[in-house]
Design a protein around this ligand. Structure first.
Ligand code: FAD
Length: 666
């Protein structure tokens, strides 16, 4: 077999599903040399995951493509609960909002995974020359552990094989209805990806030496097996029947998300989708880990439809068009470790699997690499210390554990038989189910994520818990530990994502959701809630803060390469609360609206919490829980999570925060 010349890269990603594509997107935005390989010859074109939480949409917005999702997706606003009455007939018993009102500027939407992948691919093309190398199989992984801490080393060696077309074409489910690997007649602009681009490398092998690697290669992860890491959890697997059809039915809530519990025939989750499609989820059966009890290959769309008809009776359900279906087998498990030497990482389904009914798989998988991608990007560029990489496991493994616990609780309530009356102890209380659904909505939105104390989150707590209860050492400095002042901002929580409310641009009065300015471009942000600038004392505080930041030896200058603009590592954004018309932008210290010889003043850094002409008042200070007179300062990480909160005089603490995380450039 022909062997190509050895090559080098900063980051190798195995698997181009949602987790891998998110990692590649960060690499593109941070400008590092990344390669992403997938054993499959094409992207997926329909089916698989489809729910997008509001946090995922916020993330997409920070990369600039949430608008495409919002336009094409179905927006889910209400959930209807259907339960059997005393005669056993199903009735609508409740309606609840799908997304808790007010928690985000986005609400949950549904759009199939193939389209989401499309948006990532287009974004990669726009910002980089990273292309998915399809039909590529990694065959061997070697890690030189002795070089793990050497920042310049390429300690990972991966041998890959470029497959021929037959090897790169996945096997279908054995029917003529597509199961997600072929093109939907409803999907758009995927033509380029239908035919694998031949690179003339088929049948060759290549050795890649890389600084970092992320295994995003799904539930049967090859990378995980090479590391000899394991999945821990339930030994039982469930089989889920999933049908994407255009239903012909007299069921009145077919365009609502519904959870239907029938008296004796099981339960179904209905998810109304784009293009008149509707997804039906039915838990069909349990199998043990050896897959013995049910032969998954015997399941057909007709079997899934019949189960749906029984549950939804007396309403009728048929279809003429089926877009996709699957019989998908999954357990509830979490990987025992997410990282080897903080050089090779695992993300997504490779380290957590669970049922599809809460719509979490794709979201949590993307959010794993959303947490990790910028960290690797900044370390590779020599801007941040390698120690920040240890926070990946401590932050994300706990989320995976919470997810599995949530799935456990919810599974029992979703799949159990409804109780006939209060004395029916074997049955499930429908009041309890509704309560769990409502409470679960906060978790399911992705906004409950609350990262623990670490060098990136200055909050109380001094253990470097890796998400499995083991303390692995000083990822935080426990001597004289830096702790942010949470009481200055009641609703901006240390460890949680910075919330967004409408503010106005000081220079042109245009309203913006502030979150739109927290772009995913690898920069930390110092968000200066400058308070009432009409008050002379407060004005002086802000100008004094500006002078400290502008000093040549300030953290801002020390951690920014001298040839780069002053805001290229840490961007300063100001929101003040004085009346807009009584403040002049150019009166503020120059550091808050830096000057560039070619582009003039920067007009996109100072905002005001004031009433707009056409879109009301965002009441940002009130919503942030920040005092309108005296304000505060917040450090937001490149992924928008809050790292520290303090006062305008706390420059030394800000310096300490960045000194733990960043590498001096001068
Ligand atoms: P994946 O999307 O699985 O991506 C992994 C990628 O790695 C794939 O592109 C694969 O080709 C590639 N790969 C695998 N092994 C290798 C290797 N050795 N070398 C190189 N590349 C490799 N979720 C829901 O919420 N609802 C559903 O109905 C639903 N249905 C599903 C049906 C199927 C058949 C599958 C497989 C998954 C389904 N999921 C569903 C789960 C959802 O798709 C995942 O949770 C989500 O895609 C996780 O993203 P990921 O990037 O971690 O993994």
């Amino acid at each position: 077999m022909l062997q190509l010349e050895d090559s080098k890269c900063d980051l190798l990603i195995t698997g181009a599903g949602p987790a891998g594509l998110m990692a590649a997107t960060w690499a593109a935005r941070c400008g590092i040399h990344a390669r992403i390989v997938d054993k499959r010859g094409t992207k997926i074109f329909n089916g698989q995951a489809d729910g997008l939480q509001c946090r995922s949409l916020e993330i997409f917005d920070s990369f600039g493509f949430a608008d495409r999702v919002c336009k094409e997706s179905n927006h889910m606003l209400e959930i209807c609960l259907w339960n059997p009455d005393e005669t056993g007939r199903i009735r609508r018993t409740d309606r609840i909002p799908d997304t808790i009102p007010g928690i985000s500027r986005f609400q949950q939407v549904v759009l199939h995974q193939g389209r989401i992948e499309r948006f990532f691919l287009d974004s990669l093309k726009e910002y980089s020359d990273i292309e998915i190398e399809r039909g590529v199989l990694p065959e061997q992984l070697e890690i030189d552990h002795s070089k793990a801490e050497d920042e310049r080393a390429y300690p990972i060696k991966v041998k890959i094989r470029h497959l021929d077309d037959d090897e790169a074409t996945p096997v279908q489910n054995g029917t003529n209805v597509p199961d997600g690997l072929f093109r939907s007649s409803l999907a758009k602009d995927d033509t380029d990806d239908l035919i694998r681009k031949s690179r003339g490398k088929e049948g060759t092998t290549e050795v890649i030496r890389t600084k970092y690697m992320i295994g995003c290669d799904g539930a049967h992860s090859w990378t995980r097996r090479q590391l000899d890491f394991h999945m821990q959890g339930e030994q039982t697997d469930f089989i889920w029947g999933v049908l994407d059809i255009i239903p012909i039915t007299n069921f009145p809530d077919i365009r609502m998300r519904c959870a239907i519990h029938s008296a004796e025939s099981g339960s179904i989750m209905i998810i109304p989708r784009e293009n008149r499609l509707v997804r039906f989820y039915i838990q069909l059966n349990e199998v043990n880990s050896a897959g013995q009890q049910v032969d998954r290959s015997k399941i057909t769309p007709e079997i899934i439809l019949k189960a749906a008809q029984r549950i939804m009776s007396p309403y009728k359900l048929t279809y003429d068009y089926c877009d996709w279906w699957t019989a998908y087998q999954i357990g509830q498990r979490v990987g025992n470790s997410f990282s080897c030497d903080d050089r090779v990482f695992l993300a997504g389904d490779a380290v957590h699997t669970h049922s599809p009914k809460a719509g979490q798989g794709m979201n949590v998988s993307m959010q794993d690499t959303y947490n990790l991608g910028w960290k690797i990007g900044l370390v590779v560029k020599g801007l941040a210390k390698r120690s920040i990489l240890r926070t990946y496991q401590s932050e994300r493994r706990r989320i995976a554990q919470d997810l599995i616990a949530f799935d456990h609780r919810f599974s029992r309530l979703f799949s159990g038989r409804p109780a006939k009356d209060a004395a029916d102890e074997a049955g499930i209380s429908m009041a309890e189910f509704k309560d769990a659904f409502e409470k679960g909505n906060m978790f399911a939105s992705g906004l409950a994520v609350d990262y623990g104390a670490s060098i990136l989150v200055a909050k109380p707590g001094d253990s470097a818990d890796q998400g499995d209860g083991t303390d692995v050492g000083p990822i935080i400095n426990s001597i004289d530990k830096l702790v942010g002042k949470q009481d200055l901002a009641g609703n901006i929580k240390l460890g949680m994502r910075f919330p967004s409310y409408q503010v106005l641009n000081q220079s042109d009065a245009r309203p913006w959701h502030f979150g739109q300015y927290l772009k995913s471009d690898g920069r930390f942000r110092l968000i200066v809630l400058a308070g009432n600038l009409k008050d002379g004392k407060q004005w002086k505080r802000l100008q004094g803060f500006g002078e400290s930041l502008a000093k040549p030896d300030s953290f801002l200058h020390r951690f920014t390469p001298s040839a780069k603009p002053v805001d290229s590592v840490i961007e300063i954004l100001v929101i003040h609360s004085a009346p807009r018309k009584q403040v002049e932008l150019l009166d503020l210290h120059e550091i808050f609206h830096p000057f560039d010889e070619k582009r003039g003043w920067d007009y996109e850094k100072v905002f005001v919490d004031d009433v707009s002409y056409h879109e009301g008042h965002g009441e940002a200070y009130k919503n942030f829980g920040v005092d309108k007179e005296s304000g505060c300062v917040v450090i937001a990480r490149p992924d928008q999570y809050v790292g520290w909160i303090g006062e305008l005089e706390d420059v030394r603490d800000i310096d300490r925060y960045f000194s733990e995380v960043l590498i001096p450039q001068i």
